[in-house]
Design a protein around this ligand. Structure first.
Ligand code: NAD
Length: 321
């Protein structure tokens, strides 16, 4: 008798935006064998076709059989997750708000097409500014907030864990710390709840010579500026976010109940602006967001969260969406 090793029977992903981020995600899905089917959708159909051909040539070495193809929005109808990585970058002379309105218009169009296909899965947004565009996506989709999420501060958190791990020479897997708030300049570290294994980071700092309290600000700045530093050197960042999106995907498809700081609708778990998408830790499973995890923030962190939420709200208030 043949015993199937496939635990996740649900596993089709539609990627909208076959650019650097979309394809780094697709390549990581292929290497990790996370899904059974990937459809690539892009306004530039030839690009999506070329990418699908290239990925298919790696199938001989992949951990499982997969169906990978360039498709149409109608192919979203039976997708479990639609991942939106489409976007345009800033042109010379264009203001940030012009760019925001342009990307919001793209988002509304993309979501409209996805929903027209009778899609009934979960939408995951990575396009920037991710908190704003996830909100636009939620409004345009008509889906409940548990089914629309953004990558939020998940990549920033992975960067934070890497920086701390490097500093103290402990496995990144034993670093438990979150970046919260906007995926952007107003994000903050919830230092009061940072742990190394089961030890509070503060206790570790008191016993290790490799790290001092004054290093925390440097670590935060390095994380916050890492996108700028990468873009300065190679124009865009994509591998880190590609792998982060895979981790979110497997939490959903494998019903993992995994805690990830994603862009999620604050329905009131945190005492700050409500009905706004912002980076908060949430339990993810096959239903999408099971619940937002309430962390007791200290006074400074609460102020930082309020500042971040107000910043996002002010941007939304200036936009036409
Ligand atoms: P890219 O330019 O390489 O790819 C964007 C793709 O979107 C292109 O293939 C383009 O043809 C496609 N596209 C544009 N308009 C479209 C539309 N209307 N419908 C379908 N496809 C469309 O850009 P990239 O480097 O892949 O970045 C994509 C997005 O991801 C950007 O917004 C970027 O800022 C963001 N990003 C997010 C994170 C994060 O942590 N959330 C990290 C890195 C990048």
């Amino acid at each position: 008798m043949l015993i199937s090793c496939d635990t996740n029977t649900k596993s089709k992903v539609a990627i909208i935006g076959a650019g650097m981020v979309g394809m780094s995600y697709a390549y990581s899905l292929l290497n990790q064998g996370t899904v059974k089917e990937i459809v690539l959708i892009d306004i530039n159909k030839e690009r999506a076709e070329g990418e699908a051909m290239d990925l298919n040539h790696g199938l001989s070495f992949a951990p499982r059989k997969m169906k990978i193809y360039a498709g149409e929005y109608s192919d979203c109808k039976d997708a479990d997750i639609a991942v939106i990585t489409a976007g345009v970058s800033q042109k010379d002379g264009e203001t940030r708000i012009d760019l925001l309105n342009k990307n919001a218009a793209i988002m509304k169009n993309v979501v409209g097409e996805v929903m027209k296909s009778s899609f009934h899965g979960i939408i995951l947004v990575a396009s920037n500014p991710v908190d704003i565009l996830t909100y636009v996506c939620w409004k345009a989709s008509g889906l409940p907030p548990s089914k629309v999420i953004g990558s939020g501060t998940s990549l920033d958190t992975a960067r934070l864990r890497f920086e701390i791990a490097q500093k103290i020479n402990i496995s990144v897997k034993n670093i438990h710390a979150y970046i919260m708030g906007e995926h952007g300049d107003s994000e903050f570290v919830c230092w009061s709840k940072a742990f190394i294994g089961v030890k509070p980071l503060g206790d570790v700092i008191e016993t290790l010579k490799e790290i001092e309290f004054k290093d925390l600000e440097e670590i935060y700045n390095s994380v916050k500026n890492s996108a700028y530093e990468i873009i300065k050197r190679k124009k865009a960042s994509y591998y880190g976010i590609g792998m982060t999106l895979v981790s979110i995907t497997s939490a959903i498809l494998n019903n993992e109940n995994k805690i990830i700081p994603i862009s999620v609708c604050n329905g009131g778990t945190y005492d700050t602006v409500k009905d706004l998408y912002i980076g908060l830790p949430a339990v993810l499973n096959e239903d999408g967001v099971h619940h937002v995890v309430k962390i007791k923030l200290d006074n400074k962190e609460q102020e930082q969260l309020n500042y971040s939420a107000t910043t996002l709200k002010e941007i939304l208030d200036q936009m036409d969406y």
